[in-house]
Design a protein around this ligand. Structure first.
Ligand code: ZN
Length: 163
């Protein structure tokens, strides 16, 4: 007796939980790269408006943010970057596990070999960092105690040409 396997496409009864789940999956789907970019830009904007209303909220428009889809191999979540000028960047990502916004300021190092990043901890912190950077012409002072201040490769991997 031979029996051919029928594909399981019609296995779900009309109102069964499985049929419902199939419908939900079809509706929600898997986020495409464009959607990830849009969501990353929106998340960055929201965070800046909420946490930095008097500084970044005033200085940056939605056009300034550029979303990046997740990079599975490098375990990078979707993120958004904004170029500030003078070689300075902002990078925003959301930590899905802790639902935390991580906003990082990236600036060239005084050694000239790369960038230094610092995670911003609110508007007061940003103002302090800006005051320091103003005094150094927008460069973070090189610290030989850091293992590596050269993050050019990472910036390039995101597809941003260096200014
Ligand atoms: Zn350096």
């Amino acid at each position: 007796m031979t029996e051919t396997l029928t594909p399981p496409t019609v296995a779900a009864g009309a109102d069964s939980p499985l049929a419902l789940l199939f419908d939900i999956a079809l509706e929600i789907g898997v986020q495409g790269e464009d959607e990830q970019r849009d969501n990353a830009e929106t998340a960055a904007l929201d965070h800046v408006w909420n946490a930095y209303p008097d500084t970044l909220g005033k200085a940056l428009d939605d056009d300034d943010w550029s979303g990046r889809p997740a990079v599975p191999g490098a375990v990078l979540e979707p993120s958004a970057v904004a170029y500030l000028d003078g070689g300075l960047w902002l990078h925003h990502s959301s930590d899905d596990d802790q639902e935390q916004d991580v906003l990082t300021l990236i600036a060239p190092c005084t050694c000239g070999n790369g960038y230094v990043d610092t995670v911003l901890d609110g508007e007061r912190d940003l103002l302090q960092v800006l005051t320091d950077l103003r005094a150094t012409g927008g460069r973070f002072p090189h610290d030989s105690g850091w293992p590596d201040c050269d993050s050019q490769r990472r910036l390039r991997a995101w597809g941003d040409a260096r200014p």
